[in-house]
Each structure stands twice: as C-alpha cells, then as structure tokens.
Ligand binder design. Structure first.
Ligand code: ADP
Length: 450
C-alpha cells in the first residue's frame, strides 16, 4: 500500500483540476457575459454558444391576472395536461399525467401531436371542460426560435425525443393541425413557453422581483428579463423581453476548454451528443454521477482507493447515480451509510475509502454549484448594468431535482454568487409546479394585453 502522504499527493493531483479558484470562476463569468452579448446581437448571434432566444414574454405577472386556462407540459420527465384557475387570492390547478410511449416519442410528428390532442380531449372530458373554450399555454421545453408568443419553430429535439417532421416546424401549428384532424375545433393556443420561463413566471406571481428563471434538473438552463434595446434579434426598443439563454450549450464553441478535465472529456464522449451541451455536462443531474464514477475509476487505477482492487461494476455507465451524491454528502451521515451505498455497487470499501468517496462527491457538486453561480453572476451583473443601478435586488425562480434535493448545492450556489456579484442581492425562490402554472400565467398575461 502507498504511504499516507503519497496517497494524499495522488488524490490532490487527481482532484486539483476540478477545484476552481476565484479567478477561474471570474473568467467563466466574463466568458458567459461575452457569449450573452454575442448571442443578443443580430450580426453576432451565430458565433455565440448561448443562443439567447427571444421568448416574446414582455412582462412578469402583476397580480391582476384572472381566469381559467389549459396548460400542457411537454419536455420534462412526464407529459401533463392541466387546468389552472387564477383567482384574486389563489391559483388552483388540477392535472393529469399521460404516458407517451417511446414508439410515439420517436415516431412521426403527426402521431405525436395527434396523441397530445387525444390526451387534451380525454382531460377535458374528465374535467367536464368540453363545452368551454379556454386559452391554452404550452410549456414546450426544447430549443425553439420564437417568432411570436404563439409561434415557435423547433430548432432541435433533446432529451431522447426524436419525432420526425418537427424540426424546422412551428410547434403551435403542428398542434393546431392535429386538433383539426381530431375534430377538436375549440382549441385556442395562445402561448408557447420554455420551462425556465414558466418557472420565472410562476415565482413571479408570488414575488414581483422574480425576473430570472433557473433549472437544475436533468439539464440546466436559465432565462431573464433583458432590455429590448439590447435584443438585436427582435424589432423594437421599448420595454423588456424574457430571453431563454439555452445556457447548457455554453462552451460548445471551445471557450470553456480550459475548464474541462479528462473526466469531463470521458463523460462527454459517452453521451448521445458529444461536444454539445458542455456547460450542462459539468452541472446537471444527468452527468454528476458519471463524473464521480470516472474519478473513482482513476483512483482505483492509481491504487489510492479500494486498495487498487478492480471494480468491474464501476465500469457500467450511469451506475453511480447523482442521487447518491445527495445522500453521501448529507452532513453527519454515518460513514456506515456511505459504506452501504458502496456495498450495493459491489465496492468493498474501508472507512478511509468512504471518506475519500465523500470528498470526490463534494468536489464534483461544489464545482457544479460554483459554475452555475458564475453563469448567474454574469446574468445579474448584466441586469444591474442595464438598469444603471449601484445595487440590484432580484429574485431567481428555481426548479429541478438536483437543486431541490442536494444538501449543499443551493447554499454553495448562493455563497459563490455573492462573492462573484457583490453588488447584487439575489434571493432564490423554489417554484412549485412551475411549468404548468407558468404556462397558464403567460397565457393570462397575453390575454390581459390582448
Ligand atoms: P427534469 O429536469 O427532466 O424536469 P428533474 O428536475 O426531476 O427532471 O431532474 C431529474 C434529475 O435529477 C436526474 O438527472 C437525476 O439524476 C437527478 N436526481 C434525482 N434525485 C436526485 C437527488 N436526490 N439528488 C440529486 N439529484 C437527483
């Protein structure tokens, strides 16, 4: 066995590329800011790795929204149909989850949208809403080029969706065409919304200072209220518009290469979209467990973990789940419990091993939270500058299981953000059922303006 000091040196050598200094993070922040500016410019947009997509959402809720709305939520873990009743003192909702079989998700667009309309009709029947014409908000969480609040051209499918004949098409038109085919003549689609925007809007109903939306779940993304005068890709200079950053793709043009470690490269190479969504692959739930797995494999190879005993099960992709990080990192968790998780993976760990595994998890999740903070620092600093303020007070509406369940992610995010953007006072507000509620609120704001 290696001597303790040698062992420590090996561990630090493996982990040091994942430990980001303040200046590393400031550089990431500056790069994000640069990419945001490029993405907003009409001439420079194509050069940016963050798409900065206009959403045509021009205001957050002001509390005067009222009415009854339908909402669809497609692009998260489940497809849902909802009815949302926005009253003076409350928002009430009823919803139904519908399974979309893989054969439809990866079939034709016609089949997919037919299926969606069938689900809406089933829901309306069950809720006794067949006779009413309710405005519908559609949370559609895939990158879209929006040409209006109710016109969104799909740029690419992600997250395992692959229905043919949809990319390049307006998804609202696809939905309306399907409604006609199914003789549903009263469907009134008024808005398409990204899940980040839905999250911002639903938190915005409770807190008027909420002008940013953040998702840290399977993937990561953010949106915020930008000044129209800075949005070169849309006509007009008055007021503000919510911009869907699609920040998961930050770094896809090579600008973050100095941050990526060998472990990140190995994770990226084994995904269905190598070279794409590189920022997301450092931060979100789909990838953190994989990063940890590759580090553990390297430690076994260096004989600093499990006495160098080979661990065949650890070779399996996704076997080290991101939810294990959440458990292993709980403060004061008995190391016995860490040992139990490792034993389930056929890893016969000593107490020293479990201390080391915990350190690896902490390093990976801390880096994720800090990078997320660097991105968010660029956003809040831009908003502060936009408004010519010495001090910006703003709220971020957040959703996503990693953010909500990890014991330290949110705190690490907030602490780092305070260091990187000291002139901004940022509150994080967890959204409940943001996608559905948010889509209805966008529909409500649209109906109020109409
Ligand atoms: P989506 O973003 O698709 O709406 P979620 O917000 O539910 O989905 O996030 C799902 C992701 O959360 C998965 O990648 C999973 O690895 C991760 N996850 C699930 N449970 C936990 C947990 N307890 N701690 C951290 N991450 C988790």
């Amino acid at each position: 066995a290696l001597r303790l000091a040698d062992q420590r040196r090996e561990v630090d050598q493996l982990l040091s590329p994942l430990r980001l200094s303040r200046s590393d993070l400031q550089r990431v922040q500056a790069l994000m800011r640069q990419e945001m500016d490029l993405g907003l410019g009409k001439e420079t947009n194509a050069r940016s790795s963050v798409r900065m997509l206009p959403t045509y959402v021009r205001a957050t809720p002001d509390g005067t929204e009222r009415g009854e709305f339908l909402a669809l939520d497609l692009g998260g873990t489940n497809f849902r149909v909802l009815v949302v009743r926005v009253a003076e003192d409350s928002i009430r909702m009823a919803s139904e989850i519908y399974v979309i079989p893989t054969s439809i998700i990866q079939g034709t667009g016609v089949e997919l949208f037919n299926h969606i309309v069938e689900c809406i009709m089933d829901f309306q029947l069950k809720q006794d809403l067949m006779e009413q014409i309710l405005p519908l908000g559609f949370t559609f969480s895939f990158p879209c080029q929006q040409l209006g609040l109710d016109k969104a051209v799909l740029l690419s499918w992600t997250k395992g969706f692959n229905a043919s004949g949809c990319v390049g098409q307006d998804v609202v038109q696809l939905l309306r065409d399907a409604a006609l085919r199914k003789q549903h003549f009263t469907l009134k689609v008024v808005a398409v919304v990204n899940d980040t925007v839905g999250t911002m809007m639903s938190c915005g109903y409770d807190d008027p200072k909420c002008e940013i939306g953040l998702i840290v779940g399977t993937g990561t993304n953010a949106c915020y209220m930008e000044e129209m005068r800075n949005v070169g890709t849309v006509e007009g200079n008055e007021g503000r518009m919510c911009i869907n950053m699609e920040w998961g793709a930050f770094g896809d043009n090579g600008c973050l290469d100095h941050i990526f470690t060998n472990f990140d490269q190995m994770v990226d190479e084994k995904t269905i979209n190598p070279g794409k969504q590189r920022f997301e692959k450092l931060i979100s739930g789909m990838y953190l467990g994989e990063i940890v797995r590759y580090i553990l494999l390297a430690m076994v190879e260096k004989r600093v973990l499990f006495r160098g005993k080979p661990c065949p099960k650890l070779q399996t992709k996704d076997i080290f789940q991101t939810k294990f990080l959440s458990t292993i990192e709980i403060d004061g968790l008995a190391l016995k419990k860490v040992l139990a998780i490792l034993r389930d993976l056929d890893l016969h760990a000593s107490f020293e091993d479990s201390v080391l595994v915990r350190e690896v998890c902490q390093t990976v999740s801390l880096r994720a939270a800090q990078l997320c903070a660097a991105g968010m620092a660029a956003v809040v600093e831009k908003m502060r500058e936009n408004r010519g303020l010495d001090q910006l007070i703003v709220t971020v509406g957040v959703d996503g299981t990693l953010y909500k369940m990890h014991p330290h992610f949110s705190q690490n995010l907030q602490q780092t953000l305070q260091v990187l953007a000291p002139k901004c006072s940022v509150t994080f507000l967890q959204s409940e059922d943001g996608s559905g509620k948010g889509a209805a609120l966008v529909a409500a704001v649209a109906c109020r303006k109409a």
